[in-house]
Design a binder for this molecule. Structure first.
Ligand SMILES: NC(=O)c1ccc[n+]([C@@H]2O[C@H](COP(=O)([O-])OP(=O)(O)OC[C@H]3O[C@@H](n4cnc5c(N)ncnc54)[C@H](O)[C@@H]3O)[C@@H](O)[C@H]2O)c1
Length: 285
């Protein structure tokens, strides 16, 4: 397998991630094939100037097959695709949930990798308008990526990293961890905690405006500036909080956070959230 001239198949090329990774892969020097089964996804793929290929043709001689389909479709899609792959091919999924829950169709001699974009850091020094507008990443703002390769094979990892750097470009760094560690990053750290906190902030803003009656512009300005200060103080150590603020923070914890909240880092709880996310009855290992 020549990492400079790969054949890559994107299955689900017309979906949200399929479109993003295809836009970037299209600009590289590799051979890329695009497969998509919904009429809307097929339309989006051809509107973007990409030619559609039947899945079986697209994956047959691919070095890397990106399964950009919904997590709940990964079991049937991998069961259809993996038996058609050439030995040594890499199956690359974009979220660890299905791999960790053991839903991917297994075949000896096939490499299984997962790569999740970190999205551009909240502390990124953005220099251009394009970087400023690229909050998701993959367009202009540099981001890091966390990835896992089940076998740990260095040659397969090098090939996977080549594709990962291109499909999520611009990429600063790729961090290699285990599938389980990646599952504790997403969903636990970033969806269960960070995205939930973001939603809580939105709800708190709504209450401040609609229940208390504070003018929206004032409340929004106060919140957005303080979110930056809160993150810079806690995660970057920029400035200490005032003594009064620390008392208010303790009150907030007591009112809002359950005492046993750190149980989300127990394996049983990871299984529990993944079971819900993947619409499963249980996770079998
Ligand atoms: N959306 C995000 O922000 C995001 C971020 C990081 C990772 N991910 C991961 O990316 C993956 C894809 O998620 P998404 O949000 O892009 O999903 P999506 O629903 O937007 O797109 C999935 C696409 O796959 C197509 N598809 C389904 N079955 C197919 C098949 N058998 N053959 C060909 N095409 C098929 C669908 O028609 C659809 O266009 C998931 O694993 C998700 O967890 C998503």
């Amino acid at each position: 397998m020549d990492a400079d001239q790969l054949t890559i198949a994107v299955v689900g090329a017309g979906g949200k991630m399929g479109m993003r990774v295809s836009n970037n892969l299209q600009r590289g020097g590799h051979t890329v094939r695009y497969s998509e089964n919904s009429p809307a996804g097929r339309q989006r793929t051809t509107d973007a100037g990409r030619e559609l290929t039947e899945t079986s043709t697209a994956v047959a001689d691919a070095d890397v097959v990106i399964l950009a389909v919904p997590d709940i479709a990964l079991a049937p899609v991998s069961a259809e695709v993996v038996p058609q792959l050439r030995p040594g091919a890499i199956v690359l999924t974009l979220d660890p949930a299905a791999a960790y829950a053991n839903l991917l169709f297994r075949r000896e001699g096939i490499e299984y990798a997962v790569a999740h974009p970190c999205h551009p850091s909240v502390f990124l020094q953005r220099r251009t308008e394009a970087e400023l507008n690229d909050t998701f990443g993959g367009i202009a703002a540099p981001q890091e990526v966390v990835a896992a390769l089940e076998s740990g094979d260095p040659a397969a990892q090098a090939v996977a990293e080549t594709v990962i750097r291109q499909m999520y470009a611009p990429v600063v760094d790729v961090h290699w961890v285990t599938v389980k560690q990646l599952a504790y990053l997403e969903p636990t750290l970033v969806e269960v905690v960070a995205c939930m906190v973001g939603d809580l902030l939105k709800e708190a803003l709504h209450e401040t405006v609609h229940t208390v009656g504070v003018p929206e512009a004032a409340a929004r300005a106060m919140l957005l500036g303080h979110v930056q200060v809160a993150l810079a103080n806690t995660l970057k150590g920029d400035n200490p909080f005032s003594d009064a603020c620390l008392i208010a923070m303790t009150y907030g914890r007591e009112k809002i956070i359950k005492e046993d909240w750190k149980s989300i880092f127990d394996d049983d709880e990871l299984d529990s959230v993944l079971t819900r996310m993947l619409h499963l009855d249980a996770i079998s290992r």
